[in-house]
Design a protein around this ligand. Structure first.
Ligand SMILES: [Zn+2]
Ligand SMILES: [Zn+2]
Length: 358
């Protein structure tokens, strides 16, 4: 089968023919019909993460946002069978530890990150093996096609988990989203669906226009502000005393600090974006100010597979369309080009591999 492999950090991925995965007893093998290209792939491609013992080795099949259909299962798998339509979360739990049993499989200590480690080859491939499938695999509702579902294994579910589960965003709240790439736009759409008034922040007018289409009430372009006005000043001006919840959906020092500074007293910042070579996992924060105003700083990564029913219920009840985030469908051979384009912040919305034949 065709697969896209990390050959050297920063160099084009190699498209190679590799053996198809065979399911271990607890695995399912899924035919990949769609797989999103994400900034996390870019981080892996760039070789980021060594500062968090999280860098991806050469030889890895990348790709962690698959949706498709089960083609085979191991002997111990009971909940899934060939033909089942599924979405695969990238943050895989072992299904047995206390975190998994408490519904927090995304922070499982023995969990794996699909497409980021040799034990879990990724889904920029025609087929992907899903470990501990009974726990991790998620049945895809009839109304959700594979392309629209591709981001549900990563960016879309991460945004839901960050807002609804970590920050407890609720109707009537004000939400700021800093950085309107794939996960940021997901946060805009989901925040709006949860009943929040959304302020979208991005230096790119096209990204702000997409945010507006997805339900942002107002956009802020930091590049268009005057010298004496900061992003957080502007957010405060628009919301009174600041937002209830603010998300850094990019992960650079500037968006992280802007997001923290945007919240009201006792408000909540959620960090979703991972940092770059410039920050190496550490950002200086206004801790005295955060203490004075009792500001919370939360992290969010992925989502427990046990939360998908709640996410699907929100999508159905509010009739939002995750497919509206998909800006472009591409062949496997185009992934390298799109990763390089991410270095220039040139990618809009969500891009999805839907053709694995080339
Ligand atoms: Zn992703
Ligand atoms: Zn676990």
């Amino acid at each position: 089968m065709h697969a896209a492999i990390l050959r050297e950090h920063g160099e084009p991925l190699a498209i190679r023919d590799v053996p198809e995965p065979e399911p271990e007893p607890d695995d399912a093998v899924v035919r990949v019909d769609a797989c999103g290209v994400c900034r996390s792939d870019w981080h892996a491609w760039m070789g980021h993460g060594e500062w968090a013992d999280d860098s991806v080795p050469r030889g890895q099949i990348l790709g962690h946002e698959p949706a498709g259909e089960v083609v085979s299962v191991g002997d111990a798998v009971s909940r899934f069978a060939p033909g089942d339509r599924v979405v695969v979360p990238f943050s895989l739990g072992d299904g047995t530890c206390s975190y998994c049993r408490r519904g927090a499989g995304n922070v499982c200590g023995d969990g794996r990150a699909l497409g980021f480690e040799p034990e879990a080859p990724g889904a920029f491939a025609e087929r992907v093996a899903v470990p501990d499938a009974d726990y991790n695999l998620v049945e895809r509702p009839d109304w959700l096609d594979a392309t629209a579902a591709a981001a549900l294994g990563c960016r879309y579910m991460t945004a839901y988990h960050a807002l609804a589960e970590r920050a407890a965003l609720s109707g009537g709240d004000a939400l700021a989203v800093h950085g309107c790439g794939g996960v940021g736009l997901s946060a805009v759409q989901i925040g709006n669906a949860l009943g929040a008034r959304v302020v979208a922040v991005d230096v790119d007018e096209e990204a702000l226009a997409m945010a507006s289409d997805l339900g942002a009430a107002v956009g802020v372009n930091p590049a268009a502000l005057g010298d004496d006005e900061s992003v957080s000043d502007r957010v405060r001006e628009l919301t009174g005393s600041g937002v209830d919840v603010s998300v850094d959906a990019l992960g650079i020092a500037e968006t992280c600090r802007n997001s923290v500074r945007s919240v009201r007293p006792r408000g909540t910042h959620v960090q979703v974006g991972l940092t770059t070579e410039a920050e190496r996992g550490e950002v200086a924060l206004p801790t005295d100010w955060m203490t004075r105003w009792e500001v919370s700083f939360l992290g969010a990564r992925g989502m427990p597979p046990t939360s998908y029913d709640d996410l699907f219920a929100l999508i159905e009840a509010t009739e939002i369309d995750p497919g509206a985030l998909v800006h472009r469908e591409i062949p496997l051979s185009a992934v390298s080009d799109r990763l390089a384009t991410m270095s220039e912040y040139g990618v809009r919305g969500v891009e999805v591999v839907t053709d694995f034949s080339e």
